[in-house]
Design a protein around this ligand. Structure first.
Ligand code: SF4
Length: 196
C-alpha cells in the first residue's frame, strides 16, 4: 500500500500536469520528504544516478520541484551520506542488480526503487527506517508491488536488509552467513527478530 494519498495530495505532491498518483508515487513522495527532513540514511539524490534522479523529479514532482530540489539545511549530511555510498559502490551495485533482476519490469520507477533500496541498505538501522518509510509493513508492500518474487521468497518475514544480503550470499556475494541453515544459526534473532 502506498503512503496516504490525502496528506500527500494536500501537500501538492499530486498536482503535477500528469494525472496522479503514478506507480510508486506515494512511496517516492514519502521517501523524498523523509530525506529532506533529515530522516533515514539516504543521500540527497536518494541513491539514484543523477539522470534517474532528474527524470524522477520531472515525472512525478514537476509542480513542486522548486520546493524539493534544494539541499536546505542538511548540506553536510548529504555530502557525508553520498561519500559513504560511493565507498561501498560495489555492494550497492550488487544489491541494485539483485533488485532489478527481480522487479516486475513494467515501470521505470521499479529500477529507481531498486537503487533507493540498495542505498538504504548502507544505513545502520532497520531498512524501512533508513528509507524513511512509516513502518515495516509499508516496506513489505513496496516489495509485493515491485519485487513480488522476493516478497514471496521472504515468506518467513526475515528482516529485509538481512534477507537481501542472504540472497547475495547464496549467489557468492561477500556477506557470509554464520551457519548453513537459519534454523541452527546462533544469530537467528538478528535476522528474524522484530523490527522496533
Ligand atoms: S539466520 Fe544465520 S544463516 Fe540465516 S540468514 Fe541470518 S546469518 Fe544467515
Amino acid at each position: 500500500m502506498n503512503a496516504p494519498e490525502t496528506s500527500l495530495s494536500s501537500a501538492g505532491f499530486f498536482s503535477s500536469k500528469l494525472e496522479g498518483p503514478l506507480p510508486n508515487q506515494g512511496f517516492l513522495a514519502t521517501i523524498l520528504i523523509a530525506q529532506r527532513t533529515g530522516q533515514g540514511c539516504l543521500p540527497y539524490t536518494l541513491g539514484l544516478r543523477d539522470e534517474d534522479y532528474q527524470t524522477m523529479l520531472e515525472t512525478y514532482f514537476s509542480a513542486i520541484r522548486g520546493m524539493i530540489d534544494s539541499p536546505g539545511n542538511f548540506r553536510e549530511q548529504h555530502a557525508i551520506r553520498q561519500e559513504l555510498l560511493e565507498l561501498r559502490s560495489q555492494e550497492f551495485g550488487e544489491l541494485t542488480e539483485l533488485l532489478v533482476q527481480n522487479s516486475q519490469g513494467v515501470h521505470a520507477s521499479e529500477a529507481w526503487l531498486a537503487q533507493i533500496i540498495a542505498a538504504g541498505c548502507m544505513g545502520g538501522d532497520h531498512l524501512w527506517r533508513d528509507l524513511g518509510l512509516v513502518n515495516r509493513e509499508s516496506l513489505r508492500a513496496m516489495f509485493v508491488e515491485n519485487f513480488p518474487d522476493l516478497a514471496e521468497k521472504n515468506n518467513a518475514n526475515m528482516r529485509w536488509k538481512k534477507f537481501l544480503y542472504r540472497q547475495l550470499c547464496e549467489t557468492g556475494g561477500h556477506f557470509v552467513c554464520r551457519s548453513p541453515s537459519c534454523e541452527t544459526c546462533p544469530t537467528y534473532d538478528e535476522c528474524f527478530g522484530e523490527e522496533v
